[in-house]
Design a protein around this ligand. Structure first.
Ligand code: HEM
Length: 214
C-alpha cells in the first residue's frame, strides 16, 4: 500500500482537484441560473443569483467563461483516465446489471466507468460549444466581428448546448447520489477500499500496487 494512503482509505481527489471541481459547480449554478433568467421571462427570478436582471446580463458571460476555463483546468489532468477501452463496451452491454447494482457480474472498471467517461465527453463538448458560440453572441466585445446569420445560428446552438449541459449535470448529480460514497470522494477526497473494490476494481488494483500511482 502506498504511503499516501491509510490502510482503510484511498485518495481519489487531492484538495486542488476538489477545489477546481467545486469551483466549476458553483460557476455552473451562476451561469445556468443567469442564462435561464435571460432565456425566458418566466425564469427571470433566477437572475437573483447574480444580483438581479441587469447584473445577470453583465455577469452571465463572465461566469460562463470562468466555468469553461475551470472545467478545462479540472478535467485536463484526469483526461487520460477517461479514454474508452474495450472493457467499457462490455460494461455498457451489461447495463441491466449496472442498474440492478450487480457489480459482481460486471467487467472490472478503472478509475471511471464507461457511463462517467461518456458523460465527461458530453459535458466537454457542450462546454466547448457554449464557449465558442458565447464569444460570437457576446455583443459588448465580439459580435461586431460576425455576420448576423452567424450570430443567430450561434444563439440557437448556445441554447441547445446549454440544454445538453443542464441535462448532463442532472444525470451527473443523480449518479453521484445513487452510487453511495461518491460524494464523499469529492468532499473529503478519499474512498474506502471496499468502495474502490466494489465500483472501480481495476483502479483499486492499480492503487494498492507498491507504486500506487494515479
Ligand atoms: C452539485 C453539483 C455536483 C455534484 C454533487 C458533483 C459530484 C461529483 C462527484 C461525486 C464526482 C466524483 C465521481 C467519482 O470520482 O467517481 C464528480 C466528478 C466529476 N464532476 Fe461533478 N458534481 C457536480 C457538478 C459538476 C459540474 C457542474 C461539472 C461540469 C460542468 C462536473 C464535472 C465533473 C467531472 C468532469 C468529474 C470527473 C469525472 C470524469 O472525469 O469522468 N461536476 N462530481
Amino acid at each position: 500500500m502506498s504511503d499516501r494512503h491509510s490502510p482503510d482509505v484511498l485518495v481519489r481527489y487531492t484538495p486542488a482537484e476538489r477545489l477546481r471541481h467545486w469551483l466549476v459547480a458553483i460557476l455552473f449554478v451562476c451561469a445556468a441560473a443567469s442564462g435561464l433568467a435571460l432565456f425566458h421571462p418566466a425564469l427571470f427570478w433566477l437572475g437573483g443569483v447574480l444580483g438581479g436582471g441587469a447584473w445577470s446580463v453583465v455577469l452571465h458571460p463572465f461566469a460562463g467563461l470562468a466555468m469553461s476555463l475551470a472545467f478545462y483546468a479540472f478535467v485536463r489532468p484526469l483526461w487520460h483516465h477517461n479514454r474508452l477501452e474495450p472493457r467499457d463496451r462490455a460494461w455498457l452491454r451489461a447495463m441491466r446489471d449496472v442498474v440492478d447494482k450487480r457489480e459482481d457480474r460486471l467487467p472490472e472498471v478503472g478509475r471511471y466507468n464507461a457511463g462517467q467517461k461518456i458523460l465527461t465527453y458530453v459535458l466537454a463538448a457542450a462546454l466547448l460549444a457554449l464557449f465558442a458560440t458565447g464569444i460570437v453572441i457576446w455583443r459588448v466585445y465580439f459580435s461586431n466581428y460576425f455576420a448576423i446569420g452567424v450570430i443567430r445560428f450561434s444563439a440557437l446552438l448556445h441554447a441547445f448546448a446549454a440544454f445538453v449541459l443542464v441535462v448532463g449535470i442532472i444525470v451527473h448529480v443523480a449518479a453521484a447520489v445513487w452510487v453511495k460514497g461518491s460524494v464523499a470522494a469529492m468532499t473529503g477526497g478519499t474512498v474506502t477500499i471496499g468502495w474502490a473494490f466494489k465500483h472501480h476494481r481495476a483502479w483499486f488494483r492499480e492503487m494498492i500496487r507498491p507504486s500506487g500511482g494515479r
